[in-house]
Design a protein around this ligand. Structure first.
Ligand code: ZN
Ligand code: ZN
Length: 339
């Protein structure tokens, strides 16, 4: 039997360990992907640290997968061996709960599937994936670029296109890390007046290079006041992992402004109720999207030249790559390449 290398978490809080396993065959409705690249997402921490209920161990993490279909299971219409495909957070759904019957697969209540959590993900040479979770990768997009777009990219692209902002509106991106460096590119390419907000003066040139029209150094003054001076933001994409940093920009929302919470911050976001009232402000969350949203993200990225900046590690250095992601020092998404 053919074998493959995977990196698994043996138990909650256990190490990322390289092991050999038999290459699995796809069951009904699923495909086998030869993984060419897998992004490391901050949410992989749920698997690594045992923070998600119901994960069965050992488990192979990874939900930013890009590769090629290598084998088809029975009952997989519409896909062929050799197709280039990506998989993100949406890894499948039950198809019969109330959410699914409304076509809202991402909020499936019975059996929401997430690669790397409910089944083995992309820290591996091969992965078995339900065909409903597949997105087509455009021919000109390298796998290493496609992988981070499957979670970080889609979260930015899909929240923005559902934000209600129209071309020319002021859109601010709070944070210039793995999510934010993509958010700025998408916002600028979608035709928004784009403002990047980050800490320190040194990130200004990067913001400009990514397409931002304005840069606000949040340490140099009040970032909310700076946004108001620019006219007030229609949308703020909050990609940071700090509730207090989000709070600091709330006052920068303009009329009907919306703060999108896209980074999981452990500390609370405190809001004075009266401050939301007069200008009809709102605060909302946004969790990535489904496989067709991923496909749209990839297509738009090729169309308008959006690319992640990546640091690439081979599979056997996954533990080191994960630590690099956790350190917050990576510029900007860490990707592992299994082959
Ligand atoms: Zn993710
Ligand atoms: Zn469902």
């Amino acid at each position: 039997m053919a074998s493959m290398r995977v990196v698994q978490v043996p138990r909650p809080k256990g190490p990322l360990e390289l092991v050999s396993r038999p290459v699995p065959d796809p069951g009904s409705g699923a495909v086998r992907i030869r993984v060419e690249a897998c992004g490391i997402c901050h949410s992989d921490m749920f698997t690594k640290e045992g923070l998600w209920p119901g994960i069965q161990y050992p488990r192979v993490p990874g939900h930013e997968i890009a590769g090629v279909i290598d084998a088809l299971g029975p009952a997989v219409p519409g896909w062929a061996v050799g197709d280039r495909v990506g998989v993100g957070w949406h890894g499948g759904h039950c198809g019969y709960c109330d959410s699914c019957r409304r076509g809202d697969f991402l909020t499936c209540q019975i059996a929401p599937q997430i690669p790397g959590m409910t089944y083995d993900g992309g820290y591996a040479e091969y992965a078995i994936i339900p065909s409903v979770a597949l997105a087509r990768i455009p021919a000109d997009l390298p796998a290493v670029d496609a992988a981070p777009l499957m979670c970080a990219g889609i979260t930015m692209f899909n929240s923005l296109r559902h934000s209600g902002a129209r071309p020319g509106d002021l859109v601010a991106v709070l944070g210039l890390g793995g999510l934010g460096h993509l958010g700025v590119q998408f916002a600028a390419r979608m035709g928004f007046k784009t403002v990047a907000i980050a800490r320190g003066p040194d990130k200004g040139p990067l913001a400009t290079r990514l397409g931002a029209h304005h840069y606000i150094d949040s340490q140099a003054g009040d970032p909310a006041a700076a946004l108001v001076k620019l006219g007030g933001a229609k949308v703020i994409l909050a990609t940071v992992t700090s509730g207090s940093a989000m709070q600091a920009v709330l006052g920068g929302l303009g009329i009907d402004g919306k703060l999108f919470v896209l980074g999981g911050a452990p500390d609370p976001l405190t809001v004075v109720p009266l401050s939301l009232l007069g200008h009809r402000l709102s605060i909302t969350g946004w969790p990535s999207g489904t496989s067709i949203d991923s496909q749209d993200t990839l297509a738009f990225s090729i169309l308008s030249d959006v690319r992640p900046m990546t640091e690439v590690f081979p599979l056997e250095r996954a533990a080191e790559a994960y630590e690099r992601m956790l350190s917050g020092k990576a510029r900007f998404r860490v990707v592992i390449t299994p082959h």
